[in-house]
Design a protein around this ligand. Structure first.
Ligand code: PLP
Length: 421
């Protein structure tokens, strides 16, 4: 595969400047892209009103939360800790919705602060009912099918543990009745993808759930909108996907008289292409004519794990110092003592190597990995091999880089340890 000519939003002088000023590895987020993506999400077609939430697990740094808060996005939190983190970054509790695999032990306190909660299992619903008889709750259902790329990213269907299985709706109803709860919201997040037909199917299935709960006023269709990191990938057209959804809501209103408010909650769509990772080629090794040429970066699964676990593809650019360089097929390796720390796996096959063609590189060349805004800084093998947490910067609208997370000091790594006397 040929390398792309240019990174998505970084030019070479800016990259060098950031590397000189902040060192590497460093994540770089682009404010202009973030704001444009937020505007596109808030423009999602809807029949009776829209609340758009940022699924903050994609990239939870305070500066990103502040930017998206200012842009008008509410929050989807995936743990009690994320709720606290969003509040610490300035979000009003009323703008935060919690859908979690682990209902936190302090959920009652968080609910009293004003957050909304989706019960994601019968046990969660039972616990909520015991604490808050007569109050308002959302229900997250697993409607029975999903559209994730593979078993690691699928979030619907019998192989997924997220949400209340749709066949247990009677059990959910009896818990609701027992505690006199008011179900105000139905939630389904099954990875809607980029196909308008799938969106239509998902909204039909979800509205069928809404039909069964007459007190529901809001339907949340979750996130999972595909983006094109690589040039051959297909991005979601939000207008094309949203129109048939709005139409289904209008049909539902005509049939039932109920005008349902829409919620969506993308993470990837907002962040993925708004972030890049800057690193340096720190070694070059060869395993001979029948082997590979490896470029070793000063980053790896400590900053970007997706290639290792999903075989995810990210654009990689080298700013080479040689004039008019020749091309060479390289494997790009991370800096961890772990054979899976590879940045150029085959597409969707993390165990197979797929060298890419680059200009001949030298030690010290800058390397930009694109499409790392979502699920990279937030989801890594941080601290493996005792590498400190990387810095994050925001490239503002004047193309000025501003530090939003300091590089971790080495001693912070072991600051919680209690050595033997
Ligand atoms: C992770 C998650 C999202 C966001 O998913 P993306 O693929 O990043 O858009 C939305 N809703 C829920 C409940 C999630 O767990």
């Amino acid at each position: 595969m040929a390398h792309l000519a240019q990174p998505r939003f970084l030019d070479e002088p800016t990259a060098r400047n950031i590397s000189d000023q902040f060192g590497s590895p460093v994540y770089i987020y682009d404010q202009a892209t973030l704001q444009a993506n937020a505007a596109a999400v808030l423009n999602f077609p809807n029949a009776y009103g829209l609340t758009a939430r940022y699924a903050m697990k994609a990239a939870p740094s305070a500066a990103i939360l502040q930017l998206l808060n200012k842009a008008g996005l509410h929050i989807d939190a995936s743990s009690g800790y994320e709720v606290r983190r969003a509040i610490a970054a300035g979000y009003a509790p009323g703008a935060i919705s919690l859908s979690t695999q682990e209902l936190p032990s302090d959920f009652a306190e968080l609910y009293e602060l004003g957050i909304s909660i989706n019960a994601c299992s019968l046990n969660q619903l039972e616990r909520f009912g015991r604490a808050f008889t007569g109050r308002s709750i959302g229900l997250r259902f697993n409607p029975g099918s999903g559209s994730g790329g593979n078993n690691r990213t699928n979030v619907g269907g019998p192989a997924s543990s997220f949400g209340i299985w749709h066949e247990w709706i009677d059990q959910a109803q009896s818990i609701v009745d027992r505690y006199e709860l008011s179900v105000s919201r139905i939630h389904t997040h099954i990875g809607s993808g980029s196909d308008p037909a799938v969106w239509q199917k998902i909204s039909t299935m979800s509205l069928d759930l809404v039909r069964q709960f007459p007190t529901v006023t809001t339907l949340n269709l979750g996130g999972g909108y595909k983006v094109a990191r690589m040039p051959n990938e297909i991005a979601t057209d939000l207008q094309a996907c949203g129109e048939p959804v709005a139409e289904k809501f209008r049909e539902f209103a005509a049939e039932t008289g109920r005008e349902i408010h829409l919620e969506i909650e993308p993470g990837t769509y907002l962040l993925a292409n708004a972030g890049a990772l800057l690193s340096v080629v720190q070694d070059i090794v060869s395993t001979g004519p029948d082997g590979y040429e490896f470029l070793k970066l000063n980053t790896g699964m400590t900053e970007i794990l997706r290639p290792s676990i999903y075989g995810a593809q990210h654009p990689i650019h080298l700013f080479t110092s040689a004039a008019n360089p020749q091309m060479c097929d390289y494997m790009i390796a991370g800096h961890c003592c772990e054979s899976g720390d590879i940045l150029t796996p085959a597409d969707g096959e993390p165990e197979r190597l797929a060298p890419r063609r680059f200009p001949v590189a030298q030690i010290g060349d800058l390397c930009i990995i694109d499409g790392v805004g979502a699920y990279c800084a937030a989801m890594t093998t941080k601290h493996y091999n005792s590498y400190p947490e990387a810095a994050e910067v925001l490239l503002d609208l004047n193309n000025t880089a501003r530090l939003i997370r300091k590089r971790e000091a080495p001693e912070d790594l072991w600051s919680n340890e209690v050595p033997l006397p």
